[in-house]
Design a protein around this ligand. Structure first.
Ligand code: AMP
Length: 181
């Protein structure tokens, strides 16, 4: 099964995605996690990505798309994946489509985690990540509304939306059910 998970920052997307991937037996591919691992290891990619991440801006597509394509080539991604944090724009969705066509693959479902803005802000302030400065939070939220929300129309034919407010297990059960499990 090939799934995308979409939702604003603070929606609990990362937590739900890693559990979901485990429950479904597919790898959790998070572009944010891969970038953070590279920043931590001080790789060339990490040094480049950090400038954008600290500002809440998107890392340039040529870097991000190549990174995702390389990840798909790893053997564990052959049977499916849960993609988290990519695509974030319609441009990236088009690139993803091109990569998947070449592989004879397609996205089965797009899972949207819906959480109201006031709940999001509280969760983000509690999370305390290095790039959770007020400016970066505001910028990521702006980008979500401008760039990522259009993806919901793009993937309208395979979109499933769930309420992301509630306990971790409760939301996980909703997600599994929405995906037909
Ligand atoms: P996340 O963990 O998904 O919130 O991502 C953290 C940061 O990594 C973002 O604010 C961006 O700077 C960068 N990033 C993650 N995914 C992408 C993507 N698909 N395109 C561009 N930049 C990304």
């Amino acid at each position: 099964m090939r799934i995308l998970i979409v939702g604003p920052q603070g929606a609990g997307k990362g937590t739900q995605a890693s559990r979901l991937a485990e429950n479904l037996g597919i790898p959790h591919i998070s572009t944010g996690d891969i970038f953070r691992a590279n920043v931590g290891a001080g790789t060339e990619l990490g040094v480049l990505a950090k400038k954008y991440m600290d500002a809440g801006e998107l890392v340039p597509d040529e870097v991000t798309v190549a990174m995702v394509a390389a990840r798909f080539d790893e053997p564990d991604a052959a049977k499916g994946f849960l993609l988290d944090g990519f695509p974030r724009t319609v441009g990236q969705a088009n690139k993803l489509g091109e990569i998947l066509v070449e592989r004879n693959e397609d996205i089965d479902k797009v899972l949207l985690l819906e959480v109201p803005d006031d709940v999001l802000l509280g969760r983000m302030l509690a999370r305390g990540r290095a790039d959770d400065t007020a400016d970066a939070i505001t910028r990521r939220l702006e980008l979500y509304h401008q760039e990522t929300k259009p993806l919901l129309d793009y993937y309208a034919d395979r979109l499933v939306a769930i309420d992301g407010v509630g306990g971790i297990d409760e939301v996980q059960q909703r997600a599994l059910k929405a995906l037909g499990h």
